[in-house]
Design a protein. Structure first.
Length: 185
């Protein structure tokens, strides 16, 4: 289930707000400029389908987002628990960083944890199948796909180098819980 937990930066063990309905999550994220939407496929898709099949299933929403936001490239990324590079892939974005363009991801299948650092608050968003998240450019954040990642996501880009992470070196991300799918909390 999708979930948002908001923490004071100084208290990573005490959320000040928890939301688990899509409407409540979207409403809580809107003031910081983060988009949170739900999409449904126009035809059945499953992990393992070709990128073309996946993109076709979400064509109307993809076309709307590309027209509204000016994205130039859309692709599909798929990561499975048996990926031999999963530990390195997970580690790549576990530290606080930002991008020079919006980071927009739609979860076709599986899940992941986006954590945003805005002012003195930390917003932890568990994204699941059907969730689209749009993180504004320059927003400090980190992403955790878990120790056994399993997700298929559609990614949106404006510039080829826009996805490059610029790391802050703050160490804040290490103070907050890691993503452990299926764990309580």
């Amino acid at each position: 289930m999708s979930r948002l937990r908001i923490f004071e930066e100084a208290h990573p063990d005490q959320p000040v707000l928890v939301a688990d309905t899509h409407a409540d999550i979207a409403r809580a994220l809107a003031p910081i400029g983060v988009a949170f939407e739900q999409w449904e496929a126009s035809q059945p898709v499953v992990a393992g389908d070709s990128p073309e099949t996946i993109l076709a299933a979400y064509k109307a929403d993809i076309d709307r987002l590309v027209a509204d936001r000016g994205f130039r490239t859309v692709d599909v990324v798929s990561i499975a628990p048996d990926n031999p590079n999963r530990a390195e892939m997970r580690k790549k974005f576990l530290d606080e960083h930002f991008h020079k363009e919006d980071e927009v991801r739609f979860f076709v299948d599986g899940s992941g944890l986006f954590t945003l650092h805005v002012g003195d608050r930390v917003y932890e968003i568990r994204c699941e199948k059907g969730d689209l998240i749009g993180v504004p450019d320059s927003t400090l954040h980190w992403f955790d796909m878990g120790p056994e990642p399993r997700f298929v996501a559609i990614r949106f880009f404006t510039e080829p180098d826009g996805w490059v992470g610029h790391f802050t070196g703050s160490g804040l991300a290490q103070k907050f819980p890691r993503y452990e799918p299926g764990a309580a909390g």
